[in-house]
Design a binder for this molecule. Structure first.
Ligand code: GLC
Length: 734
């Protein structure tokens, strides 16, 4: 008999115990196993109750969003699938996560989500402003910075980007998306997804994106939030779906179903959009979370008699996770027993949620890294990024006789208006985790940038929307003793964003009257506007020598504006949304379909029919000269490409960043198409006296095709036009 050494026996015994122990460690906890195998292993171990909890999201912490009404949930179950994390402190998250990992049978980590819309603590410009920068690379960087701040705050998932095409400025949420054009929303949505999600969701500072609000929310009737939307199947496909399709293809992890009713079928109970399009046609592998209480709101919308019916209608349509109304928790077991929903569909939804948690690495690293606040928020590089994006988002709308930048003979400037020393509204409507003291005011920015080169005189002049004119006199006095008057007007941040509908785009009368009074001083007037929507300027425009659209620029807006007024920065923003002349013109947008009469018949008889500023409008301190467009071919087959080029010269005295917008039109098609459609854009810096060549490689199937009411793209032979820099070039497709 072979004598085995004591050591050999000991090692063998340990290995045997180890292998037994190892074989009892479940596969789903094995980091080296594939995600699908870990999902399947975990799924088959779960009870129905555990599965239902994974399909539910509750609000956690101090919810400061007044629009999200709901009772604070006590005793949150440790097995909950997701929590809305109302905090920017990672410690609370880790405390709750510890419960999930240690006090539940399977230790499934919680997914913490929050609305990081345009920054967490380092707030950068609202999305509508970002689109006016025409700089998706910079937006991607800003979203990556926001993702890092969020991850270090304990957030794994942001309910962003919002990519709702919107053409009615009365709708306050126009501030949250990227304007009136589908292609613009697609490009900036993709840039945001890439910024948030990084190269891999498991990267240290990646967070999951959530495309919202799926779909058609921007068509809210009358601009009234939460209202009905009348959207034809054709318009659904050619206007509202394209940004979502682009972002799904870019790998967005999740989507959020919207509040609106789409022509009789609410979005959150719409099997066609949620399942047939999103999951069957686009093969989306992630999951859909409802908007806040949107499942329960199906009762208000008249398609469910009670919570239980709302639950199965939403779930069967394709809403995988229920946000805060607890309908899935309370009704799913009964609905399954009654065969109103199936086990297969429950398992599919749970698999989607678990899949994302594994992709994010939550099972292997469930806890957030805890750093001191000053090591993770408002870092100098983050503030610089916020200021750069604000600078490129500002749009110079008017500049009569080159009033701006301020000339050397200007020695004193009156800074007047409710926005001058405001540090709250400048942050915009989705900055719940920011602190007003983080923001730099316009007054502080001017003081920093001009550094005593100019004497600044201040008067508030009036409030945002009172009727009290007693402040006018101080404003007039400051104007009288200054060489130039800069009037800083605007909106309160709650006037836009969610539940921020207004019947008019005009600023309150008190603000307009202040400008009229200041005009009497005879001094040149620069109007600075801070808003979350396009404004009605029909009465203000004639009073101003220059108009600067600041939007809501975030923490560094003051310096960004001052740099432009001083001329340190040459404004490069262009509007991503049309400014109607008056509210009565709504809807008016650049890509409308043509009228049946091409003369002035049909125009308004009381005012001009043309808007004040079209989509794409934006002035510079320099001038650009577009050479004739060069095109590689004017007639091609459908599968052949065309290369179009245009050289732009900077014929002025200062360098500038010029965005070239390439449009197409198809005047004769089997269905009427928009008068023109943006298909590509590029922004480049051009030195004074220099030139740059911009190239658009046209793929007819991608760039000239259209989509029909079934979502089928088609490219017809015939004539098309390429439109760029005021030029129109004919292209024939054989
Ligand atoms: C809100 C908004 C949505 C947000 C969600 C969570 O009602 O509609 O945009 O992401 O609830 O806060």
């Amino acid at each position: 008999m072979k004598i085995y050494s004591y050591k050999f026996l000991l090692v063998s015994g340990l290995m045997a115990i180890g292998s037994v122990a190892f074989s009892q460690s479940p596969l789903y906890k094995n980091k080296s196993a594939s995600i699908p195998s870990r999902v399947q292993d975990l799924l088959k171990r779960m009870t129905l109750e555990e599965k239902v909890l994974q399909l539910s999201q509750l609000s956690f912490g101090n919810n400061t969003n007044a629009n999200n009404i709901g009772n604070k949930v006590k005793n949150i179950p440790a097995g909950i699938g997701s929590l809305i994390y109302n905090s920017d402190n990672p410690v609370y998250r880790n405390q709750m996560q510890k419960k999930a990992m240690e006090e539940t049978r399977l230790g499934i980590p919680i997914l913490f989500g929050n609305d990081v819309i345009h920054g967490l603590r380092t707030v950068y410009p609202i999305s509508l402003a970002q689109a006016c920068s025409w700089n998706p690379q910079l937006v991607q960087q800003a979203c990556a910075m926001a993702a890092k701040e969020s991850k270090l705050a304990g957030i794994d998932w942001t309910f962003s980007p919002m990519i709702d095409v919107a053409r009615d400025g009365r709708w306050g949420r126009i501030s949250e998306g990227y304007g009136e054009d589908p292609y613009t929303n697609a490009v900036f949505g993709v840039a945001s997804v890439k910024g948030y999600q990084g190269n891999h969701l498991s990267d240290s500072f990646s967070i999951a994106a959530c495309l919202k609000h799926y779909v058609g929310y921007g068509a809210s009737e009358g601009g009234r939030d939460y209202s009905y939307t009348e959207i034809s199947q054709q318009t659904l496909w050619d206007t509202y779906l394209p940004p979502f399709e682009a972002c799904v293809k870019a790998g967005a992890a999740t989507l959020m179903s919207s509040f609106n009713d789409i022509s009789g079928v609410p979005s959150s109970a719409n099997h066609y959009t949620l399942t047939e399009i999103l999951k069957d046609k686009w093969k989306h592998q992630g999951f859909v979370v409802s908007d806040w209480n949107a499942v329960e709101q199906l009762i208000n919308q008249g398609v469910a008699a009670n919570r239980k019916e709302a639950g199965y209608k939403a779930f069967n349509a394709g809403v995988d996770m229920d946000m805060v109304d607890k309908i899935y928790i309370e009704n799913m077991p009964q609905l399954l027993a009654e065969k109103k929903i199936t086990q297969a569909k429950i398992d599919d939804a749970v698999s989607r949620v678990l899949h994302l948690k594994f992709q994010l690495g939550l099972f292997d690293k469930p806890f957030a890294t805890v750093l001191e606040e000053n090591e993770r928020v408002l870092l100098p590089a983050s503030r610089k990024l916020a200021q750069d994006l604000a600078s490129e988002s500002i749009v110079l709308l008017k500049n009569k006789q080159q009033m701006l930048p301020i000339k050397s003979n200007i020695k004193s400037v009156a800074l007047i208006g409710p926005m001058v020393k405001d540090r709250s509204n400048i942050m915009g409507s989705w900055a719940f985790d920011s602190k007003d003291e983080d923001a730099e005011t316009i007054w502080e920015g001017f003081g920093k940038v001009f550094a005593n080169q100019v004497a600044f005189n201040y008067a508030k002049g009036c409030d945002f929307d009172s009727t009290d004119e007693s402040g006018f006199q101080a404003g007039i006095e400051q104007a009288n003793q200054s060489d130039l008057v800069i009037v800083c007007l605007g909106e309160k941040k709650k006037w836009s964003g969610e539940n921020g509908s207004r019947s008019t785009l005009a600023l309150p009368a008190i603000q307009e009257k202040l400008v009229m009074e200041l005009k009497k001083s005879g001094k040149p007037i620069v109007l600075v506007l801070s808003s979350g929507r396009p404004l009605e300027l029909v009465r203000l425009e004639p009073l101003a020598d220059a108009i600067v659209n600041l939007w809501q620029p975030g923490v560094q807006g003051g310096s960004a504006l001052a740099d432009i007024v001083k001329g340190n920065v040459n404004p490069s923003g262009k509007l991503a949304v049309t400014f109607p002349l008056t509210t009565g013109q709504i809807p008016t947008y650049y890509n409308m379909r043509p009228n049946s009469r091409t003369n002035t018949q049909g125009n308004y008889k009381d005012i001009s029919t043309a808007p004040l500023y079209w989509f794409g409008h934006g002035l510079s301190y320099t001038t650009y000269q577009y050479d004739s467009v060069k095109i590689s071919a004017t007639k091609v087959k459908k599968n052949e490409k065309i290369v179009a080029e245009v050289t732009v010269s900077n014929t002025g005295k200062v360098s500038g960043k010029e965005t070239v917008l390439w449009f197409i039109s198809n005047p004769a098609c089997s269905i009427s198409r928009p008068m023109k459609e943006l298909k590509y854009f590029e922004k480049k810096e051009i030195a004074a006296g220099g030139k740059a060549t911009y190239k658009f490689e046209i793929d007819p199937m991608r760039d000239l095709s259209f989509v029909d009411a079934t979502g089928k793209k088609f490219l017809e032979s015939g004539s098309y036009f390429l439109l760029v820099g005021g030029q129109k070039v004919k292209i024939e497709i054989e």
